[in-house]
Structure formats: structure tokens, C-alpha cells
Design a binder for this molecule. Sequence first.
Ligand SMILES: [Zn+2]
Length: 405
Amino acid sequence: MRMPNIIKFLVLTIAVFAVFDDAGAEQLPIVTGVRVGLHPDSTRLVFEMDQDIPYKIFTLPDPFRIVIDFPEVSWRVPPSLMKASVGLVSGFRFGLFQPGNSRVVVDINTPAIVAKNFTIPRKGDKPLRFVLDLKPVGRKAFFAGSRGGESKGWAKRRKRPSSIPTPRKSPRGDKRRVIVLDPGHGGVDPGAVGVTGSYEKKITLAVANAAKRVLEQSGRYRVVLTRKRDIYVRLRDRFEIAHNNKAEMFISLHADSIGSRKIRGGSIYTLSDKASDKEAEDLAQKENKSDIIAGADLRGYASEVSRVLIDLAQSDTNRESWHLAKMLIGELRKKIKLLRTSHRYAGFAVLKSPNVPSALIELGYLSNRTDEKNLKSPKYRKAIGRAILRAADRYFARKALNNRS
Ligand SMILES: [Zn+2]
């Protein structure tokens, strides 16, 4: 028997998750299914939703991407879709891009546009479907933009304030030092994915929350997080949050994933325009892609942030960052397994703060079962928090001593 040739639909996964993403998600429109399918002359994306919502479609070059923006929605679809490689589509992500704005980023392996998009209303037990047909085009047509454009309601949708927290003034007499913890990735940028499917963006947020609790319980520190929820934050905004809050320390938290499942252990990174080794350089390049992964428009911004030039003004900060890294290694080593070369350096865009000593902790490899299991354990995360606390205490004790002499 021949398959009907109109549709050879590759249903990757449709499942309904009974979990709510974030607080207040109950009122948000719900996406219950996402499919990518191969048709004879197009690649089709289908979103199943509980209601008709406004959208905006556009394309981005370098690398080729199609971006679909929605108002903030609740995603009740499995993460496995991210690995989708069907027809023109080589990758696929979704999540919160900024408050009030959920985003879908579709990686395409050749210039393509949304040639057609339409909505099929709910019928019986079939949910409403938002359908987009992707077709390859020449470079010229690609740069001219997609036909999808935006729906009528897009411009009128409710906008929400920026995700960058306004700096909170310390109450008068508050002598606590400010530490900024930066949970890596978030929202539409999931970061690495673990052997059993855990997300780097969730692990880093959980570690940041645990460390914040430990640091603040000491009474000596006030901790500001660059994000408190599952949302994307631009790399540049992350270190600007440190600057705006007059932080004396910035620690970015990550957990990588690599090809070899055997390798495990954490490492600490500081900024340098010259990488300490090939792995550090590759890692920095990977981490610096966050804005591209999230489908951010970086015109007039990308070259500046990806280029790391360390000028004289930064060398003092760099020296301090070096001490901070050493102390983090000393304390973390007592609690978690570190790689043999535990301190490395490379051009991490997120460490580019000119005046706040900064370090990046790769907490371990999510590609390794033991590291992933550990990082999922609240006890382990608390131990990391304690190590950061002790490192901060030692770092500031040294600083106070130096200032006296
Ligand atoms: Zn990362």
C-alpha cells in the first residue's frame, strides 16, 4: 500500500505536560504541541494552541534562522524537539525571550522563508493549529524578509517592562557587599542538555538560588541574580547588572556538555584575549553564542561583544579576577571534583565587565551521569554555595588587608 504522498508527516513528539512553567502561567495562552514535518515541496511547522494569538515572523542571517515571536505563552511540550532535524530545519528552540514575549528560533540549513502561514480553527477534539510552510529561497529573497510579517494584533499586544532588574539601593547602613550571581543561559537559550535530559539553564538557576541563600544567610552579602526565572538575558546585560548594582564580585554559573561521557569535573574561567588552551577557546566560543541561539538582533552590538580586548583599565580588574578564581578553586576543590587544569582563561563575553572582578564556573559536565546526578541534588548545590561563600570571605579578607597596607 502506498503512503498518501501529500503528507509524510514526521511527528516528532506531541505530549501534554501537566506542569506549569512559571508563576502566573495559568492565564497565559498554552502551546500544547509542536510538530515539524516534511512535505513534498516544503517543511511544515505546526503549533497546537488553546487560542488564536498574535505573532511576528522574521528571518536572521549568520547563521540562517527563522524567528517566530508570540506574546508570553506557557509551553507544555517536551524539550526533545530541540534536536529536530527535518527538511530545511536543522534545530529548534523555544522559550521566554523577554517579559511578555515568547520566541521560537528555527535553525535552517539553507536560506528559507515562511512562504505561507495560516490558522486552522479548533474542530471537535482537535486543537487550534498555527501552520507555517517553509520554502527555500535565494539569498536575495531571504534578505528581503519573509512573507509572514506580523499579525494584526501584534503591535497592540500588552508589552511588559524589560527583564533587567532595576538596581535596588542598599538600605542606609547596609554594609553588606553585593555579589552578582549569573545563572547561565535561560528562556529560548537552553544551554547544554544532560544525559538524562536536564537543562543547563535550569541547573544553573537552581545552583544560583542555593548559593544566594547560603551567601545571604551569612549576613555579609547581598546577592543579586541576573535572572530569577526561565528567561533569556543578553550577555552584555548580565555584566551590566553587576555594574548597575555596584557589585564587587560577578560569578557566572554554567555546566557544559561534551562528546565524551566519561569526562567529569568542574573548572573556573577568567577573561583573557588569548585562550589558555584549545578547549577553553572552544568553550568561550560556544558560550558566546548565547545571543545567536536566542535569536537576538545584534546589529551594532555583536562585533563589540564578541571581540574581547583587554585594555589597561581592565588589567586591575583582571588581577582581582585571577585572585577570585584561585580562591574559588581552593574552596570548590574541597566540595566537588575539578578538572586537573582547573583554572583556564579565554574570551568569554560575559566576563567583560571593566570594573567588577568576574569568574565563570563550569560546575561539571551534564554529559556525564555522575556530574549530572550531583548537580540535580539540592545537597550538592548547597555545598557549592558554601564553597562560594568561603571563597568570597577569603577574597574580601585579602582585599581588606591589601587596602590597609
Ligand atoms: Zn553554558
